[in-house]
Design a protein around this ligand. Structure first.
Ligand code: NAD
Length: 479
């Protein structure tokens, strides 16, 4: 049991929270209470925003150039790398992500991202002089946007925080991060890393809390931009508030991505990739390809192959190195997933799973589940289930596959499987989505990641992400 009762990391210091309220942290795999942390109050958020504003105007942070910020980001990467195992374990203990995944995605991937942003900070060009067609010249400046309110979910708590912290610090912003109440212990490890790395006071601050504290941060007068990852419903509510007060906002939201298996695909390589492409974090990943589109000629072969691979995936304790499928994050979330499975039983043919694993008598587990004979218009094909539930949908030809894949309110990920890269690339160009993988799927640090339609607004990752934390200023040099 980890008890962090009396401290919040605000303004580069461990300060006592104003509120006496606490957040209990539970293990998704046992249901037991494993930690207790303070819940930030509005007064704590006020203090964090004030510290961030102060940092913007301080010599130690606001006075640095890109190269100097790059050095700090690199030191932060070193300190995070030292704590890589601790971070991965902490995430797995809380949200139930299998350790083999958290070791990569919540640890190694995160350090890589920080180093990427360190290099980017060093190469940023802040000012460009342009000749105006009107006869004078103009200095075009890219200035940091200011204080960023970052709100993240529980499914990849570290990576999704760093996807905001990296570009924001590269641009010279200061950040107030509100983690999800299900996953807060990892934040304390990141805060210790920031302290050890000498991240200047106020550049990074954490305010653990629920929706109310998130909503308070969204409209806080001292915040200049909101960077949100979470559900489409919450994203819409946040966008509405940001629209009302004209506050820049970027939104990484839900998804219901399609994996299109072309008739010449090497099915074996797709099946091998299923744990990462369609079942990542036990299906609790926004870009998971949970709609598998199979051609009529190979439909049964795909259904049988998918069911056979999924039935063989080890399910159990996320801290066991062999585990590939862990629990759902909370019992409430398991209820939600199970209600979709119940709905699916009325809409399609249940091929595998559908219940709770018999050998696990505690924790929030759901059997990996496969539905066949699924219509793309059914609820289980249209709504984000966010659990280990796969639908296999039949298509006639490439244009039918494209129409089915695009017939979704979402547009975040997707994948196409075929040895014919040109054909796949042409199809990828026509998919209404922010990212597509060909014969695999993995977000690239050096390329924009994000969604279209109900999957969000704006992009993270890649050099493009830094501009989301900057604003332009034009200085007309007229005399
Ligand atoms: P959620 O929207 O319920 O919560 C996400 C975060 O927002 C939490 O910190 C929560 O406390 C906060 N929050 C909720 N409502 C808020 C409000 N009105 N104002 C301010 N803050 C608010 O989502 P979740 O259940 O934690 O996460 C799962 C969702 O996140 C899924 O829909 C998933 O697809 C999405 N997600 C998207 C991406 C992406 O990159 N597109 C990545 C991971 C997860």
């Amino acid at each position: 049991m980890i008890s962090i009762e009396e401290k919040l990391y605000i303004g580069g210091e461990w300060s006592a929270p104003v509120s006496k309220k606490k957040i209990d942290i539970f293990s998704a795999s046992t249901g037991e209470k494993i930690g207790i942390v303070p819940e930030a109050s509005q007064a704590d958020v006020d203090a964090a925003v004030a510290a961030a504003r102060k940092a913007l105007h301080s010599k130690e942070w606001g006075g640095l150039n890109g190269a100097e910020r790059g050095l700090i980001l690199n030191r932060f990467a070193d300190a995070v790398e030292k704590r890589g195992n601790q971070l991965a374990k902490s995430v797995s203990m809380q949200n139930g992500m299998p350790l083999i995944m958290s070791e990569q995605l919540e640890s190694g991937f995160v350090v890589g991202m920080l180093r990427y942003y360190a290099a980017l900070a060093t190469s940023l060009v802040d000012e460009e002089r342009r000749q105006s067609p009107l006869g004078f010249s103009t200095l075009v400046r890219r200035e940091r946007i200011g204080v960023v309110g970052a709100i993240v979910p529980w499914n990849f708590p570290v990576a999704l925080s760093i996807m905001k912290i990296g570009p924001a610090l590269a641009a010279g912003c200061a950040v107030v991060i509100k983690p999800s109440p299900e996953t807060v212990l990892d934040c304390y490890i990141l805060a210790e890393a920031a302290e050890e790395a000498g991240v200047p006071p106020g550049a990074l601050n954490w305010v653990p809390g629920g929706r109310d504290i998130g909503a308070y941060l969204v409209t806080h007068p001292g915040v200049d931009k909101i960077a949100f990852t979470g559900s489409t419903a919450a994203g819409r509510a946040i966008a509405q508030e940001c629209g009302r007060i004209l506050r820049p906002v970027s939104l990484e939201l839900g998804g219901k991505s399609a994996a299109i298996i072309l008739e010449d695909a090497d099915l074996g390589s797709f099946l091998q990739a299923i744990p990462s492409v369609s079942m990542l974090n036990s299906g609790q990943a926004c870009f998971s390809c949970t709609r598998i589109l199979a051609p009529t000629s190979r439909y049964q072969e795909v259904v049988d192959g998918v069911a056979s691979v999924i039935s063989s995936l080890p399910i159990g304790d996320p801290l066991e190195p062999s585990t590939v499928v862990g629990p759902m994050v909370t019992s409430a979330h398991r209820d939600r997933v199970e209600s979709y499975i119940a709905k699916g039983k009325t809409e399609a043919k249940l091929v595998l799973g559908g219940g709770r694993p018999k050998h696990l008598d505690r924790g929030w587990y759901v059997e990996p589940t496969v539905f066949a004979g699924v219509s793309n218009s059914s609820t289980i094909a249209q709504e984000e289930i966010f659990g280990p539930v796969i639908t296999v949908i039949e298509y006639k030809d490439d244009s039918d596959a494209l129409a089915i894949a695009n017939d979704s309110q979402y547009g975040l990920g997707g994948s196409i499987w075929t040895p014919d890269i040109e054909r796949a690339t042409n199809l990828a160009r026509k998919l209404e989505t922010g990212t597509v993988g060909i014969n695999g799927y993995l977000p690239d640090f050096n390329a924009p990641f994000g969604g279209v339609k109900a999957s969000g607004l704006g992009r993270e990752l890649g050099p493009e992400s830094v501009s989301a934390y900057q604003q332009y200023k034009s200085i007309y040099l007229m005399g």
